[in-house]
Design a protein around this ligand. Structure first.
Ligand SMILES: C[S@@+](CC[C@H](N)C(=O)[O-])C[C@H]1O[C@@H](n2cnc3c(N)ncnc32)[C@H](O)[C@@H]1O
Length: 255
């Protein structure tokens, strides 16, 4: 969970200044003085094997510099995609983000065993995105989202698009794979009031919102995926879905 503490100071001259407080342990917080107000923000949390550890922004920025590219996997689940891709490409830093610490441990433990230095498993969510992840990504993947993340993709708003765009360093490359059906997922479809997933729904209701400002996202392709394509995604859900009840699955790529 991310949180913040606000303390009003009497110093009106401290307009914008960030530093560590002297009397508090420096591993826990970074502090900013903004117009005499101290903002204390928790630092990014990583799942490392069975442990939850914190990484300071300076250390994280240093780490990023060692890699040619950064790829984010939002809603990574157990992190299989991140792990597999990191094994294949040592020059890219792969970062999986998910709100489930329990899930993240699964492939984080495997990554630890292999001493994989280019795979990170970050505790976070679309709603609580660690600020450290702003403007760092070359590519962002959202593979088989569920819950509030799925809802944000199938019913996108301007705020959702802006938040996604904020993750990119410069050019956008966003790949979304999504699939569900009222028959296969009746409870979630009703709870989230999900529309029927069809190519025409995506073309008419979803993609235009992403493309509202062409400087943000432009459609590269929209494809219907077969079970073997879904399995080839290297994600755990992709593997599971190839054997489960039939449902439409689409890949949308924006550049
Ligand atoms: C069906 S799983 C897919 C996991 C993984 N991408 C895969 O293909 O194996 C959906 C994931 O979305 C995550 N999720 C749900 N809501 C989220 C949100 N608001 N932000 C980030 N992740 C979210 C869940 O925790 C879950 O791990």
């Amino acid at each position: 969970m991310r949180g913040f503490l606000v303390v009003i100071l009497s110093d009106p001259f401290s307009n914008l200044m960030c530093r560590k407080p002297k009397r508090l342990p420096d591993r826990d917080y970074s502090f900013c003085f903004i117009h005499g107000v101290i903002l204390s923000l928790q630092v990014m949390k990583l799942v490392k094997g069975n442990k939850l550890v914190e990484i300071k922004i300076e250390k994280f920025k240093e780490l990023i510099k060692k890699f040619e590219k950064v790829v984010l996997d939002l809603g990574t689940g157990d992190g299989r995609f991140v792990y597999k891709k990191a094994l294949e490409n040592s020059k890219t830093l792969f970062i999986g983000i998910d709100p489930s610490e329990h899930q993240l441990r699964i492939y984080s433990k495997k990554a630890n065993r292999k001493k994989l230095g280019n795979a990170l498993f970050v505790l976070g969510s679309f709603e609580n995105m660690p600020k450290e992840l702003a403007a760092i990504a070359d590519k962002v993947f959202i593979i088989l989202p569920w819950g509030s993340l799925l809802e944000k993709i199938v019913k996108p708003t301007k705020e959702v698009i802006k938040k996604l765009k904020n993750l990119f360093k410069s050019e956008s490359f966003l790949e979304i794979v999504l699939g569900y059906s009222q028959q296969a997922e009746p409870a979630e479809s009703t709870r989230l009031d999900l529309p029927e997933l069809t190519e025409s729904y995506l073309r008419n209701e979803v993609i235009p919102v992403f493309e509202q400002n062409p400087a943000l996202f432009r459609l590269d392709h929209l494809t219907s995926l077969k079970p073997k394509d879904v399995a080839a995604l290297e994600s755990s859900w992709g593997k599971t879905l190839q054997f489960s009840q039939k449902r439409p699955i689409y890949r949308i790529r924006f550049k």
